[in-house]
Design a protein around this ligand. Structure first.
Ligand code: NAP
Length: 507
């Protein structure tokens, strides 16, 4: 098994917040299926930092980024050049960096919108009603102009913005009329496509006011750009009316395809069922920063039994990184006088040791035989470990530390990867793992198999990791991998903090 170098091509999504973004899940699945030496992350950049962070993209080591709310206009502004499409829309959701360090802007939202439309067998011949006049509505307006629409009706709460968009639409060769919400019903009459490009109906936003869908043409399609929830009230109403319903997820996937090609010079593999993947996907490795709070990267470190996690944790600590060792914390809690000893003795009297601490062997026997007991133990221990962890993080923040490592043995098994900025998995070949574990006193092949059966398989952990440390080789080799990972993490952290403005060329 070879050591794990940094991925050759790295990209990501920039937004505020960005933890909800489904893009990392999708791009990583495509990367894995295509067998690419690449990665795709999520970067939380606040509105105050956006211009400087995006301007310093060429120094980030990334080949490009997708840009989401609320930075799409800023993305266009920092680029050295932009496609006509992005200029027409006035916003960019894709920035790529060329070999000369020049930043190119594009807008693939329009392409994604058309992709969803075509996959549903619908067209944009018109009349088309667009609800909203923000960035998404502009992308839709440009897309339907490209697709041959000649009649667009723009409905928006703020009438002046609908008027502005109508001007843009007319400039693109379409007949356009602007309405406020009071005029929505009139706008719907005979329309063959209705698009919700407002944020109404989105989880956490107010509902979309009910619309007289019966006024639409009989063969009309209703396209909701909102994709959380996937089945919006508007789409359900459209289905009940017998109309074609098109989900926002289709546009999301459609905009990601050309982005993937631009980043990785490779088409997204058809073998990935993107829709099925995203339907069940929850955001992971979320890096949502709180406004005004200095960023400290939290890096989860994990690995199966015998993989060398403790060695790797020690090496991170040697490199000056504060390490939270969940196992050591549990040991301390169980020690005589420890914060957990009394609570555990009360819950499990048979596990009280003579010295007042916890008899770990007795406790293990109790909980292995009884799942209820295991849950009771977790209910006692988890809050105590969580408190220690909060205090550890608070201390590190007070010290102005840029990066901490949280060494958590069952990170994936407990869903602990949520909220980590990055996850490092320590791994080794199965042969090396068995040799190490079976060398431990009292360990048998059956006992090892039983432990492994309870853990997330190593291959899955590796596939879910941002970085993999392979400890099959020498200690020096492991140390070098850790140094490389730290350099990469710090570049990411620095870039997120909006690095210095780079020297720009003549453009
Ligand atoms: P935006 O620029 O902030 O525009 C928001 C729009 O919603 C504006 O027209 C705004 O009207 C309207 N709106 C917001 N709150 C409202 C309220 N309470 N009552 C009436 N109208 C209200 O956002 P955006 O970037 O265009 O995104 C709009 C939606 O499209 C979001 O839900 C986003 O998630 C979705 N989207 C989906 C995809 C995809 O791939 N599926 C891609 C891009 C966007 P005013 O002008 O009056 O403020």
């Amino acid at each position: 098994m070879s050591a794990a170098p940094l991925p050759a091509r790295r990209a990501g999504v920039v937004g505020w917040p960005v933890g909800h973004s489904l893009s990392p899940t999708l791009h990583r699945a495509w990367i894995a299926a295509a067998g690419l030496d690449a990665d795709y992350g999520a970067f939380a950049v606040s509105p105050e930092e956006a211009a400087r962070a995006l301007t310093s993209l060429p120094e980030s080591g990334l080949v490009g980024v997708n840009v989401t709310v609320p930075h799409k206009a800023a993305a266009l502004a920092v680029a050295h050049d932009a496609t006509g499409r992005a200029k027409r829309i006035g916003a960019a959701n894709l920035l790529t960096v060329d070999a000369q360090g020049r930043v190119h802007a594009d807008n693939t939202d329009a392409l994604g919108f058309l992709d969803g439309l075509m996959r549903a067998g619908a067209d944009a011949a018109g009349p088309v009603v667009v609800l909203g006049a923000g960035g998404a509505a502009r992308a839709v307006t440009a897309a339907i102009a490209d697709a041959g629409c000649d009649d667009v009706r723009l409905v928006n709460r703020t009438r002046a913005r609908a008027d502005e968009l109508a001007d843009l639409a007319q400039g693109l060769g379409m007949g356009a009329a602007a309405y406020d919400w009071a005029g929505a019903s009139a706008a719907l009459a005979g329309a063959r496509l209705l698009v919700n490009a407002t944020s109404l109906g989105m989880a956490g936003a107010p509902p979309l006011p009910s619309l007289e869908l019966s006024r639409l043409a009989e063969d009309a399609a209703v396209y909701d750009l909102v994709y959380v929830p996937r089945e919006t009230a508007l789409l359900t109403a459209a289905r009940l009316q017998g109309l074609t319903a098109i989900e926002g997820l289709d546009m999301l996937i459609g905009q990601a395809r050309p982005s993937f090609e631009a980043f990785f010079n490779s088409a997204p593999p058809e073998s990935v069922d993107a829709r099925a993947l995203l339907t069940g996907a929850a955001p992971s490795h979320a890096s949502v920063a709180l406004a005004g709070e200095p960023r400290m990267m939290t890096v989860g470190l994990t690995g199966s039994i015998g993989m060398g996690k403790s060695t790797a944790a020690r090496m991170f600590a040697d490199a000056g990184v504060p390490v939270f060792d969940a196992d050591a914390v549990v040991h301390e809690l169980y020690a005589p006088g420890g914060a957990g000893a009394a609570a555990i003795a009360e819950a499990f009297p048979a596990a009280r040791a003579a010295d007042g601490g916890v008899d770990r062997a007795a406790l293990r026997t109790i909980v292995q035989a009884d799942p209820q007991a295991f849950r009771r133990l977790e209910a006692v221990v988890h809050p105590l470990v969580a408190r220690e962890r909060r205090e550890f993080l608070a201390r590190a923040r007070r010290r102005g530390v840029d990066l901490v490592v949280l060494d958590i043995p069952l990170l994936f098994e407990t869903g602990g990867e949520e909220g980590m900025d990055a996850v490092v998995v320590v791994s080794a070949s199965p042969e090396v793992q068995r040799r190490r574990v079976l060398g431990r006193p009292g360990m048998t092949p059956d006992a090892l198999d039983a432990i492994l059966a309870r853990q997330v398989p190593d291959a899955v952990k590796r596939a879910s990791a941002d970085y993999v440390i392979d400890t099959s080789g020498s200690l020096l080799g492991t140390r070098l991998q850790i140094a490389r990972i730290l350099r990469s993490l710090r570049r990411r952290a620095q870039w997120r903090r909006a690095g210095p403005r780079p020297e720009r060329g003549a453009a």
